[in-house]
Design a protein around this ligand. Structure first.
Ligand code: PLP
Length: 487
């Protein structure tokens, strides 16, 4: 394929996509395929010689679209919404077309700087604290991560490192180091681990053993976070458990109780009691991960209530507002971001309710300058002459490479406009409210929790879980409507 062919075939591909959208209502949300269906359509070996593009294009309907779950079908109600706009599709074309990777400012200045300024637009539109802005003269900053799960993982590692750093810089720690001379060899530290676990949980140092080349990471020193424990609601998304597991820290799921809006969230007392109990048991509470808009019932951990507890107790506070966060663009949903001034990091997905195609997860740090030190690894080939004055986004993520995601925000906000997004969010909420009314009027069903934003949770009246599971399976087997259960 050459650039001339890209012009002609690319236009046909755009027509294919536009036809897909125009005809989506004629499809069913769930495809009629079974696992392994592709084996009958795709040969086991890659072709030995290039195939004609027309032949590949002819396979698109049969192999790809026919086996796809249609997330934007009007009868798709499963999981959570994933966003779509034609402006975003255009941005993805341009991002793929430029095919650059902006891990440092120098590796793609426009990728870095457009991300910084488009996120500042979002801060203003949502009414988030000014200190999150990239243009603010404080240490706060914003970055677009791929997913809420990635953001959670980054936040846990940042919180862990913040606490390790704090412990290591405590006078008691320094005293202990100077008295014992620890730090000379790793073995010395391990010996002490056996002798006094509590002491070691509070004290260890980086040991670079020159002879063996072994490095113990200063901020991610496992001997210090051995007794760390983080908290989240028992309604938090599975990615929180995964993040804690991969960060090798203990996690305690706190019981969410009915409170704000009649939905499930962690109360201030529950968090306070957990911290007290765990300290008494010799653990070191270091983080609370609040969820604003839980996956199962759109419950809210009230940040304005819980934030002051985290500040008092010295816990890092991250807010996962994956789905619900976008709604804060509307005045009437601003209650979702009350208390943001207490938050160390905040993330939501524009790719859920924000009309921006996957993937686009804005994440802000109150003290990004601090956090970027925890992800900093130096390599000669990544260094550049502006690295002390410009932003290098590689220091706030795990991967090195990154896509030009800000184009999606830039196109959508400029060409669609924020009022259109607000209109969409309000309509989503109204439709959910309308559906909730129908549920109540029908008489056979009841709400499990009050409808919140675009989510309505309902069940059969006087029924068991098995009855509801049977109903849900029957609806999905029919394939005209797609739903998922929640607990
Ligand atoms: N957090 C919450 C509250 C969610 O509802 C979801 C969605 O499933 C996620 C995290 C995961 O989102 P992502 O796919 O962006 O990692």
């Amino acid at each position: 394929m050459d650039s001339q062919k890209l012009r002609t075939e690319g236009k046909k591909m755009l027509d294919f996509v536009a036809d897909y959208w125009d005809g989506i209502r004629d499809r069913k949300p769930l495809p009629d395929v079974k696992p392994g269906y592709i084996n009958d359509l795709v040969p086991a070996q890659a072709p030995a010689t290039p195939e004609d593009w027309a032949k590949i294009f002819d396979d698109l309907e049969n192999v790809v679209v026919n086996g796809a779950t249609h997330w934007h079908h009007p009868h798709f109600f499963a999981y959570f919404p994933t966003a779509l706009s034609y402006q975003s599709i255009m941005a993805d074309i341009l991002s793929g077309g430029i095919a650059g990777i902006g891990f440092t400012w120098k590796s793609c200045p426009s990728m870095t700087e457009l991300e910084m300024s488009s996120l500042d637009w979002v801060v203003d539109l949502m009414g988030l604290p000014e200190h999150f802005k990239n243009s603010h003269n404080g240490p706060g900053c914003g970055i677009i991560q791929s997913t809420a799960s990635d953001s959670t993982m980054i936040a846990i590692m940042a919180a862990r490192a913040t606490h390790v750093e704090r412990i290591k810089s405590e006078p008691t720690f320094m005293k202990w180091v100077s008295e014992t001379g620890v730090g000379k060899t790793l073995k010395n530290i391990f010996d002490r681990v056996k002798v006094n676990k509590t002491l070691v949980a509070r004290a260890s140092v980086t040991v670079d053993d020159e002879a063996s080349g072994m490095i113990t990471p200063y901020f991610h020193d496992p001997t210090v976070f051995e007794r760390f424990v983080m908290y989240c609601s028992d309604q938090a998304h599975s990615s929180v458990e995964k993040g804690a597991m991969l960060s090798a820290v203990r996690m305690r799921k706190l019981k969410a109780t009915r409170g704000f809006l009649g939905n499930y969230g962690v109360s201030r007392e529950t968090l306070q009691n957990a911290i007290k109990e765990d300290r008494a048991r010799g653990y070191i509470p270091f983080m609370f991960l609040a969820t604003v808009g839980t996956t199962c019932s759109c419950g809210v951990d009230q940040v304005d209530e819980l934030g002051p507890v985290c500040v008092e107790e010295g816990l890092y506070l991250h807010v996962d507002a994956a789905y619900a966060g976008t709604f804060a663009l509307c005045e009437e949903f601003k209650y979702l971001i009350r208390g943001m001034e207490h938050v160390d990091s905040f993330n939501f997905n524009l790719h859920k309710a924000g009309m921006v195609n996957f993937d686009c997860s804005p994440m802000w740090f109150k003290n990004g300058t601090h956090v970027s030190r925890y992800f900093n690894v130096d390599a000669v080939y990544l260094a550049h002459e502006y690295q002390t004055t410009a932003s290098d986004y590689r220091h706030l993520q795990v991967a090195l490479g990154r896509r030009f995601r800000s184009l999606k925000i830039w196109f959508v906000l400029r060409n669609m406009g924020v009022d259109k997004i607000r209109e969409y969010l309000r309509r989503t909420e109204l439709l959910a409210a309308e559906f909730s009314k129908l549920i109540l009027e029908n008489g056979k069903f009841e709400h499990f929790v009050p409808q919140h934003l675009g989510l309505t949770c309902f069940r059969l009246k006087n029924s068991t879980n098995a009855d509801n599971e049977k109903l849900c399976n029957a609806i999905n087997d029919d394939r005209r409507i797609h739903l998922v259960p929640s607990t």
